[in-house]
Design a protein around this ligand. Structure first.
Ligand SMILES: [Ca+2]
Ligand SMILES: [Ca+2]
Length: 272
């Protein structure tokens, strides 16, 4: 606490603090005792604000001269030793995302200044782009609606929250952006092929962020959705122009059949 306590015939000064903006006379407490040395635009006291609860306080400086005249000056201050509350709920760490992504979280403080959301490429970005900034407190709600169009690969989101005393609280979050649907292709058999015996089904089921593929068959040329039956189960290994399945055609009656390949990526995009 910096100030001036002087007089040509200086006697002493006293610095006091009290709860609230309008304390009663009896509420004032000295910060240390009475000082007998004048101070001119210099440190009057050190006040350890962590020894009191956060809130509004009054400060009062009383300077007395030898004849007993007293000059008083007052200040109101807000003490805030509590850092902002920050939670980034969504997206989660290493989550796969695409198209529109709702960034959801909590940014709160009694003396809230604001938050901003930034974006950088890779897991340790060298530069950041500010997506949004706001002075509005958020409680488990949307911070920003992020449009990932045109982006692909790993990115880092940074949520920065500030109050008026504690600097910045930062949360970093790595996400994988995948706006490319999987590749799904059946090359053998060709459409309307006539086949027999043990049929090798050849094709491609790939994606940069591949999850799985499923090969299905059904009776007839235009099966209902409920008619599709898997040929074996789900495969979690991508196939690039190679055997997807072996289909023992002798286990089915002669006739027309449909085949369907469904490839899913990590973000849940499906190509059929
Ligand atoms: Ca605070
Ligand atoms: Ca993909």
């Amino acid at each position: 606490i910096v100030g001036t306590a002087t007089d040509s015939y200086f006697d002493s000064y006293l610095l006091q603090q009290a709860n609230g903006a309008n304390p009663e006379e009896s509420d004032w407490q000295p910060i240390e005792g009475v000082s007998a040395t004048p101070v001119n635009s210099s440190t009057l006291r050190q006040f350890a604000t962590t020894t009191v609860a956060d809130g509004i306080y009054s400060l009062r400086l009383r300077v007395t001269d030898k004849v007993g005249q007293i000059t008083t000056v007052r200040r109101t201050i807000t003490i805030d030793n509590t850092p902002p509350k920050v939670t980034l709920q969504s997206p989660t760490q290493n989550q796969y995302v695409n198209s529109q992504v709702a960034i959801i979280g909590t940014t709160d403080d009694k003396n809230f200044k604001g938050y901003r959301v930034e974006l950088g490429a890779g897991d340790k970005p060298e530069s950041w782009e500010v997506l949004t900034q706001s002075a509005t407190i958020r409680q488990s709600e949307g911070l920003y609606n992020w449009d990932t169009s045109g982006l692909e690969g790993q990115y880092t989101l940074k949520l920065v929250v500030e109050d008026f005393t504690n600097g910045q609280v930062v949360v970093n979050r790595q996400v994988m952006v995948d706006n490319t649907p999987p590749q799904a292709q059946i090359t053998v058999p060709e459409t309307d092929a006539i086949v027999s015996g043990n049929l090798k089904i050849v094709g491609t089921a790939t994606d940069s962020y591949f999850d799985s593929y499923l090969l299905q068959q059904a009776d007839g040329a235009n099966p209902e959705e409920g008619d599709w039956q898997p040929i074996e189960g789900v495969s979690i290994t991508p196939v690039n122009n190679d055997t997807l399945r072996q289909f023992a055609t002798t286990t089915a009656a002669d006739g027309i059949y449909s085949l369907r390949l469904r490839v899913t990526d990590k973000v849940g995009q499906i190509t059929t």
